[in-house]
Design a binder for this molecule. Sequence first.
Ligand SMILES: [Ca+2]
Ligand SMILES: [Ca+2]
Length: 220
Amino acid sequence: MRLYFCLCVAISLVVFPLNAGSASMSSENFQLQVDTVDVGGDLVNSTNYQVSGSFGEAPGVNDTQSASTNYIVEAGFQAAASGVALSATLSTNSVALSSLSTSAVNSASQILTVTTNSPTGYTTTIIEDGNLRSGSDDINDVSDGAVTLGSEEYGISTSGAAGQFNSTDTSITGVAKTIATTSTIAISEQTTITYKAAISGTTVAGSYGHTVTFTTTANY
Ligand SMILES: [Ca+2]
Ligand SMILES: [Ca+2]
């Protein structure tokens, strides 16, 4: 018995503004997130750069982002007011597990890459639009921690420092599940998501598919 199905994935991002680390002032009618003493400033944009400047700050200090393995510095008062930056990409938007048989566990992967200057990191969740299915038939979600040869089971695992299922297979359900998270900034942090499926002798033949959605948010 041979089956073919593919998985279609999509990604969405939610970004919330970051409150600056300096002291804020507020009253009934206003809130100042950051403050400085200078004589002026502006945000300047071009094709290849953005300069956020305030007169009175040291020249050149606030022109560029400084990054290393363990930190990102957004220097200058205007940068402090600009908030958190977050980007997330997938290496592919479609994953195919090819034809399944009772003699193999098929797998295929995609890579999630996240960069954020949030000092408390990010969290990525996955959710499905329904079980992996073909009409009214579906492939059972893995429930015992491993997609096993000869058993009808489907799930994912992760690899990478941020991965949350690096040593077990887990189901994808209609409830958002955290698959990757960090507690510090991330610079091109990669998490590999591996989809795995196996069938039994009673699995109904067909073309199976579903859609999953990733959501990445900065931690606060
Ligand atoms: Ca499911
Ligand atoms: Ca199993």
